[in-house]
Design a protein. Structure first.
Lengths: 419, 419
């Protein structure tokens, strides 16, 4: 299946931005060049941009080692991202014909897509179509998501850096709260991303240490959220401490399936994939507590900050993101298609994990949730097992390259986000 | 006025926490020890805790050089803070008698208070009372506030680190926005602290550089906010770019004096000093834009994070905070009372600033605002003069001391925030 004469590679980024997604891009680029491919194209805004004929020659933008280092430290998708789901092959063959025509015109041998569940769906459909039509283009997925919810992999690049930022920020919020004294106490609710999977919210527990009590409660979206028990717990906590800090997932739901953010009657918003966009879980709970308990409250949404905070990236995460980019390119070069690179952890301490490639059909559209036994019985904290899992992923730092006191990123690409 | 035999020092922290307030505490402690004082007491939760007899011997908590380094990297008031305003002397002489009795019992020569406007009011009243009663205790203020709104000083410790965090985070939010493509565009509104003074909000402009376009508009609280012009500006911006990022102060008001956060009909909350507590300026504007323009919006409140993010502290700020702590102690030791340490800047580039002591009567309760000429004519951006001012204050980093992947702080003092 390997071409003797190597032609070109194209790489794209898709889904929500992370601090590590560009490190994977750098890994793909480096390995493609090392393995002798002529050109490495970048899709602008993913497969959606590609269909509109938008792509660049990456060599014009990553010109030297410093550019590569800056790229590794640049948050969000350098090439631009998209949230576009391909139709089913039999429903709209034209879309696939169009994409393959563009790929053939560009003399593409390997197509690498960096993204999460929805992006792996794209890899699956394109590789299926290639088989149907006898195309020899190889399609390989490179995992990326702060949500850490991809199936079959131990974890996903992007998660470690977000977890490190969350642990660090929650620790700072706790210390801030401790320093104040409020007449009726204060409850700070920190709202963390993760619609269905509590990997990010659980990372709030990283704040706990010899110098910090950690959050007083953590609520993951995997378990039903009991509003009354929550209020009672906060009331009890306020009897013994002046400042209470609670971490909640944006996606917590009551037993009857209602998002807590909807209890206040807020508007819904559904994205292209049918996911509900949520806001205001922390705000709702904070308002509820102040009316029920008379305490001061704060609603703190980590929002975009938690997925873009490359100034606080994990070294393990950034290096692993680079590694999976290279591994995806290597797999495609060696003939794999319809595959995604995954991590298999062989040891927690010392931490060791290897990359493997797995069939993307077993991955796409399947969410990996936090195991029930990694949450305590009451459902309001993670267990030490969770910490053992996440701790290795946040180790080490990637010192930002500071210019004039602010972290430098690779130059804003003029080709994206313009009308 | 100097005692030949030196007795003890007491130091307290007051007002809103910052990333640098503990560095000043470390500076006071170090200089007091070097100048031969027997004990350095710390008030627990400021003068309010002191009145309840709450204080510690700081030597028991800062035992070595590593403790001091950790203290410099620990956000929020290590000793606990308070928001307590002393009565006027003639209104309640008993309060002052009580405080001075405690100070006399502790054999205090020097009283150092680290804080903002309200804390300088405390220094003023206590030093006035000392004069009235012939007490020889010296009272000196050490400036601290992320708001940077103290009179007579070029800037205040705490501001530089908050400004660095704001510039860094806004830059990351901009990059995140650029990477996405939204059908009808997206406007992200970043809400920044500062009731009346726009120093922090203006720091969003630090995001701008060769690699980043910077925020598209910046609205300080010093100028009236025109809602219609704001909507029109966003509409125009969305015609030429897909992602718009706007920085707003929490305290922006319309021409008739109404807080924007009140336009949505939210509840008011007034703190002990009669300040209105504001939330929801960004949320209100985001909801307004999505209804008027049909674009996607994001409301991002930097909230507590911006004043507690010691992981992203400015080296200039942390070192200057240490310096003013030492200078306050030195001034008190040398006989000054009723004074505050201030910075006098002698050069922007290379940056040079010296400490001086000024009469606290000229400082207390007087807010320093951003000069009108440091904002552009349209009132929606800061000028290069503003950047020249703030740039030196965010230079350099204070590498966190990382333990298990998370910044280490000085051990949580068991004596604060307990009931």
């Amino acid at each position: 299946m390997q071409n003797l004469k190597k032609r070109n590679v194209i790489v794209g980024q898709s889904g929500g931005p992370t601090s590590a997604i560009n490190s994977s891009l750098a890994g793909v680029f480096r390995t493609a060049k090392e393995r002798g491919y002529a050109k490495v194209y970048g899709m602008i805004h993913g497969v959606q941009g590609l269909m509109a004929g938008k792509y660049i020659d990456l060599s014009e933008h990553i010109q030297n080692g410093l550019d590569e280092e800056l790229l590794k430290r640049t948050p969000a998708a350098y090439l631009g991202s998209c949230r576009y789901k391909l139709p089913k092959i039999h429903e709209n063959m034209e879309t696939f014909k169009k994409i393959f025509q563009i790929l053939d015109d560009l003399e593409i041998d390997c197509f690498i897509y960096i993204g999460g569940n929805d992006s792996m769906d794209t890899i699956q459909k394109l590789s299926d179509y290639a088989i149907l039509t006898g195309s020899e283009i190889r399609f390989v997925g490179c995992p990326k998501t702060i949500d850490n919810d991809l199936a079959l992999t131990d974890h996903t690049p992007g998660y470690g850096s977000a977890a490190k930022y969350i642990g660090t920020s929650v620790k700072e919020v706790i210390r801030d709260g401790i320093s104040m004294e409020m007449p009726h106490g204060m409850v700070s609710i920190v709202e963390i991303m993760g619609r269905n999977a509590g990997w990010l919210t659980g990372a709030a527990a990283l704040a706990k240490g010899e110098d910090c009590p950690g959050p007083d409660a953590i609520y993951l979206p995997e378990l039903p959220f009991d509003v009354d028990k929550f209020v009672a717990k906060c009331e009890d906590l306020l009897k013994v401490k002046n400042s209470v800090v609670v971490a909640v997932s944006e996606g917590i739901k009551t037993a009857d399936g209602k998002y807590v953010s909807e209890l206040g009657g807020g508007a819904d918003y559904v994205d292209a994939f049918g996911h509900k966009q949520l806001t205001g879980t922390a705000r709702y709970l904070a308002d509820l507590l102040s009316s029920k308990l008379g305490c001061k409250t704060r609603a703190i949404e980590l929002s975009t900050l938690q997925r873009a905070a490359s100034h606080c990236a994990s070294r393990v995460d950034i290096l692993e993101a680079y590694e999976v980019g290279g591994a995806a390119m290597k797999a495609a070069d060696e003939g794999d298609t319809g595959k995604m690179v995954v991590f298999v952890r062989t040891s927690d301490d010392p931490y060791q994990a290897n990359t493997e490639v797995k069939d993307v059909h077993k991955i796409a559209n399947d969410e990996r949730l936090v195991p029930r036994e990694w949450v305590n019985e009451e459902g309001d904290d993670v267990t030490p097992r969770f910490i053992t899992y996440v701790r290795p992923l946040i180790q080490g730092d990637v010192a930002p390259i500071m210019v004039d006191g602010i972290p430098r990123h690779l130059a804003k690409p003029g080709f994206i986000n313009m009308l």
